[in-house]
Design a protein around this ligand. Structure first.
Ligand code: FAD
Ligand code: NAD
Length: 477
């Protein structure tokens, strides 16, 4: 007879594995179906994020920043370094070690919490049955009182640049995380988050990076004042970002890849050693549900869910990249916790208005809440406070004084509506604003909070003070 679980989670990425662990912590008998095979040929948990996403990309961003800093960031401190040598194999080996440590860590957490890992492809059948096809082809079926689908996302392909990670000439993010040598020239289609992060890695390691972005607006989701500043700073670092440039064809040549593209000045061709395609990701719903399950998808192919992540089928939930909302690991994880807690009769909750975004470039970009352009469009009255890192002692000491903090508060209630940062450790600083927004704090609450000196956080304090024209370390206008 088929085994019955309280909960079966399909997908063991940051949405699915967190949901499974939280369900088990809350006393539910839980299994997680996961099919990932890692670079060593072994089954692995952790999904895109741990295997080929957040973790390997941040590892290479750190390594490449160390290298670049040694080469170019120390002269101004009066430190002259010679004989710096790049060992790319070792750098890649370190990345792989970190990925293995963390993915093995999830499997240890499963054991410790009593989550059963069912290795293979999971498919939802009718009546909350789940079919598991193991890697050896054997098929099993289990029953579940509740099913949580967390099958993630995959890169969008475009016909003009077909990806082949094995061949390694035209690649997606997975291929660009594993080049065996530094390409002399790297073309990047799409100047979004992945393009900028992986473009930065290879730019720092010595590649000439040329980015083809189809739309005229840079980082359309970000606050446009911050995006304009970012564009200037990335150009200075050597990223050649071409806006309004649409790639029409690619051709493999003995010299690499010939990229044909169109912009406002006409048709052009550039040959690059390697080409990264990073034009977005789409929900991964391949063979996730049998037709008789009658799972409902929305018009863009995401699994349709309500505010509590319940699908059209009672007792079946979906979370993470496979449902609406930003494709971010922490968003999926929090949805997993919310669903688990609701299943246990608690009050799971996720504030979609306070999800932080971070782009791990140098300078980093981070934001939470509304952009200035969104407030204008929505007709919400607001006040702006800004503070430049050039007036922050700690940032000066770090030789990282480019960028600013920008806070947006409601003109009448003073509630913090958004915070946008470009500058050092923006990824860490943003959390102060996230917390403030969770507690519906006002800019005055932040302004009246003591911030240690000298820290980067003082820029957050001064931006909050500046909302009402009270900044101390800049001239208020
Ligand atoms: P996934 O992580 O994609 O996991 C889904 C899992 O389901 C996979 O393991 C897959 O094998 C499994 N699966 C799919 N179908 C089945 C099936 N039928 N049966 C069994 N198993 C199945 N986000 C951030 O927040 N911060 C970052 O810094 C960041 N960096 C990124 C860098 C890169 C290069 C990329 C590509 C993404 C990055 N992301 C980042 C996005 C982040 O990786 C995703 O938002 C996150 O992984 C989504 O989690 P998930 O659990 O929904 O899906
Ligand atoms: P993206 O949506 O961030 O950027 C894609 C870019 O490609 C856009 O600027 C878009 O205008 C452009 N584009 C689309 N079609 C094009 C075409 N045919 N030619 C040229 N440009 C084109 O997508 P991504 O960079 O692929 O990343 C996917 C998602 O992964 C992100 O949206 C994010 O949710 C997640 N991610 C997050 C992080 C992070 O949190 N730091 C890092 C990497 C990825």
């Amino acid at each position: 007879m088929a085994k019955t679980y309280d909960v079966v989670v399909i997908g063991g990425g940051p949405a699915g594995y967190v949901a499974a662990i939280r369900c088990a912590q809350l006393g539910m008998e839980t299994a997680c179906v996961e099919k990932w095979i890692n670079f060593k040929g072994d089954p692995a948990l952790g999904g895109t994020c741990l295997n080929v996403g957040c973790i390997p990309s941040k590892t290479l961003l750190e390594s490449s920043e160390e290298y670049h800093h040694l080469l170019e960031g120390l002269d101004s401190h009066g430190i002259h370094v010679e004989g710096v040598r790049l060992d790319l194999d070792k750098m890649m080996g370190r990345k792989e070690d970190i990925v293995l440590q963390l993915t093995n860590g999830i499997s240890a957490l499963f054991k410790a919490n009593g989550v059963e890992w069912l290795k293979g492809h999971g498919k939802l059948l009718a009546d909350r049955q789940v079919e598991i096809t193991a890697h050896d082809g054997s098929v099993d079926v289990v029953n579940a009182d509740h099913v949580i689908i967390a099958t993630g996302s995959k890169p969008i392909d475009i016909g003009s640049a077909p990806v082949n990670n094995i061949e390694g000439l035209i690649v997606n993010s997975t291929g660009a995380l594993s080049f065996h040598e530094v390409p002399k020239t790297l073309g990047v289609i799409g100047a979004g988050v992945i393009g900028l992060e992986l473009g930065s890695v290879w730019n720092r390691l010595g590649s000439k990076v040329i980015m083809f972005e189809a739309v005229d607006e840079f980082l359309a989701l970000a606050d446009q004042q911050i995006a304009r500043d970012a564009f200037r700073q990335f150009k200075k670092l050597g990223l050649d970002i071409r806006l309004g440039a649409r790639v029409t064809a690619t051709e493999k040549t003995p010299d690499g890849v010939k990229v044909s593209f169109k912009d406002k000045d006409g048709d052009h061709e550039i040959t690059v050693d390697k080409l990264l395609v990073s034009v977005g990701r789409r929900p991964n719903t391949d063979n996730v549900a049998a037709p008789e399950a009658e799972l409902l998808f929305d018009e863009r192919g995401y699994i349709h869910v309500d505010d509590d992540c319940e699908t059209s089928l009672p007792g079946v939930y979906a979370i993470g990249d496979v449902v609406r909302g930003p494709m971010l690991a922490h968003k999926g994880s929090e949805e997993g916790v919310m669903v688990a807690e609701n299943l246990a009769g608690k009050h799971g909750h996720l504030n979609y208005d306070a999800i932080p975004w971070v782009i791990y470039t140098n300078p980093e970009i981070a934001w939470v809440g509304k952009t200035e352009q969104a407030l204008k469009t929505e007709g919400i009255p607001y006040k702006v406070g800004t503070f430049p890192f050039s007036a922050n002692g700690r940032a000066k000491a770090m030789e990282a004084a480019a960028g600013m903090v920008k806070m947006l508060a409601h003109a009448q209630t003073d509630e913090l509506l958004g915070c946008h940062i470009i500058g050092p450790f923006a990824s860490e600083l943003i959390q102060e604003a996230v917390l403030a927004m969770e507690f519906h704090a006002s800019s005055e609450d932040l302004a009246r909070t003591i911030h240690a000196h000298p820290t980067l956080y003082e820029a957050m304090h001064e931006a909050a003070l500046s909302v009402h024209g009270h900044a101390i370390h800049k001239i208020n206008t």
